[in-house]
Design a protein around this ligand. Structure first.
Ligand code: SAM
Length: 451
């Protein structure tokens, strides 16, 4: 009988894509994938280390899995730790969590079948933290994708930015771009399989820099990324989103590409992290608040109404009340469509970890709440502008609140709930917005669109 493997994913879209890639390889090697941990022969936790809380969650989960199997009278499954925590902590995980049998680094995904086989053959403490090997390619089978309508397409892995707070360059290595040819043909294939939306993903998508220009011939653009956007748009894929953009590499030509191709969606995620130049310098972001605002001005002046979202860290070491005031000021000025707020979390091995002058937890929490309150009030106004407007929504599933409603995302990446009528998941429909909720829009179906 085939061994059953369960993969649980934590963290960002890159981890989701890595899980899909791992599942593809495992299925090809003859393993069965199961959606639940109970009864699995192998449990893999694909981990995130961007904040300490995410990291601690993994160790709690390992204990839960072990005790759940014991309670059910089953053998302990083989337990593997994949992803960022695996890459960073390496061997020490075996000491801290003796129930763990396998450690699979961020670039060892394609070698999983062989690693599991070794562990199943009785080898103790199997570990692979090596780089990707030549010839290993992104290959994700549609059967392993999380959604049948929206597909994540990684275009760049790793990060060269070395922001002082961030662990990513250490957990995911240096930036490595996929070839444009490979990306464009994957998007075309997804289109022919009926996918309605692709999300081009990477830590910094706009730092895209492939080794060759093959696949970009015939597409103009000021940077390889804006050429790639045009090449992907030319496939005719209905909706194309991309995330995350790094401010320093945000060229205005990205906005030009969005104006030329309506299938490039009207949403830009451009994390600023702080509104204080002093803190931005300590964060080693390589841009000032004004540099950032100049890019925002280009986005806001676009012919299209482009939705803008951001990430902000509060309580970075040394952040004074005045620095935080500057963040509030920047947020008021940007009128974001959405904001992810994080309390600074010290990550061992990053330059910021050795900075003194930590902001007390109570103060971090107070700043978090103040920024959240400000954003909520600004967001109500931004969302209010959609009332009475018709927006295009990809219906994803039945709403959790009511069987009469469906939920999906707009091209501007807002959650939209609406009276479903005859709508089926996977359809793109027009919705007339009638109501604003704290983090979503509500509306009525205008008419089912022919898909
Ligand atoms: N590369 C992107 C950038 O910085 O522009 C974002 C990648 S990161 C995985 C996602 C978000 O997590 C960051 O934008 C940042 O706001 C937050 N983050 C990263 N490291 C953090 C830390 N040590 N403490 C708190 N938040 C952090």
């Amino acid at each position: 009988m085939k061994s059953k493997v369960y993969i649980e994913t934590f963290g960002c879209q890159m981890n989701v894509a890595d899980t899909e890639r791992a599942a593809t390889g495992l299925r090809k090697a003859g393993y069965d994938l199961t959606p639940v941990a109970a009864g699995a022969d192998v449990v893999l936790l694909n981990t995130c280390s961007v904040r300490e809380r995410a990291e601690r969650k993994v160790f709690r989960r390992i204990n839960e899995i072990r005790s759940e199997a014991k309670r059910a009278g089953q053998h302990k499954p083989l337990i593997g730790v994949m992803g960022c925590v695996a890459q960073l902590e390496g061997e020490t995980i075996f000491q801290d969590a003796p129930a763990v049998d396998l450690i699979i680094g961020t670039q060892a995904t394609d070698r999983l079948p062989g690693l599991i086989e070794r562990a199943q053959g009785g080898e103790a403490s199997v570990i692979d933290l090596e780089e990707r090997r030549a010839g290993e390619v992104w290959d994700i089978s549609p059967a392993e994708r999380r959604s049948a309508y929206v597909a994540f397409v990684p275009i760049i892995e790793g990060c060269n930015k070395f922001c002082s707070f961030c662990i990513v360059p250490y957990s995911r290595g240096r930036e490595k771009s996929r070839s444009a040819l490979e990306i464009v043909s994957e998007v075309s294939r997804l289109r022919s399989l009926g996918y309605k939306e692709v999300q081009l993903i990477g830590q910094n998508v706009n730092s895209y820099r492939p080794k060759t220009q093959v696949g970009l011939e015939g597409y103009s653009g000021a940077t390889p990324f804006s050429r790639l956007l045009r090449a992907v748009a030319a496939t005719g894929m209905e909706r194309i989103k991309f995330t995350t953009s790094f401010p320093r590499d945000f060229h205005p030509d990205i906005v030009c590409a969005l104006e030329e191709f309506p299938n490039l969606c009207d949403w830009i995620h451009l994390p600023v992290q702080s509104g204080s130049d002093r803190i931005l310098k300590a964060m080693r972001r390589g841009h000032t608040a004004d540099d950032y605002l100049r890019r925002v001005a280009v986005i806001k002046q676009s012919k299209r109404r482009l939705s803008l979202t951001s990430d902000i860290i509060v309580g970075f070491p040394g952040e004074s009340a005045l620095d935080f005031e500057n963040t509030l000021k920047l947020v008021r000025g940007c009128q974001y469509d959405g904001l992810f707020i994080f309390k600074y979390s010290k990550r061992a091995g990053t330059p910021a970890a050795s900075l003194e002058d930590a902001v007390p937890d109570a103060e971090k929490k107070a700043r978090f709440l103040a920024l959240e309150e400000l954003q909520e009030s600004l967001q109500q106004r931004v969302y209010g502008e959609y009332v009475g407007k018709k927006i295009s929504v990809l219906a994803e599933r039945e709403s959790a609140r009511s069987i009469d409603d469906m939920t999906g995302h707009s091209t501007c990446n807002k959650v939209v709930n609406f009276r479903r009528g005859q709508t089926q998941p996977g359809e793109i429909v027009d919705v007339l917005i009638s109501e604003v909720k704290p983090y979503s829009l509500y509306g009525e179906l205008v008419a089912d669109r022919v898909n």
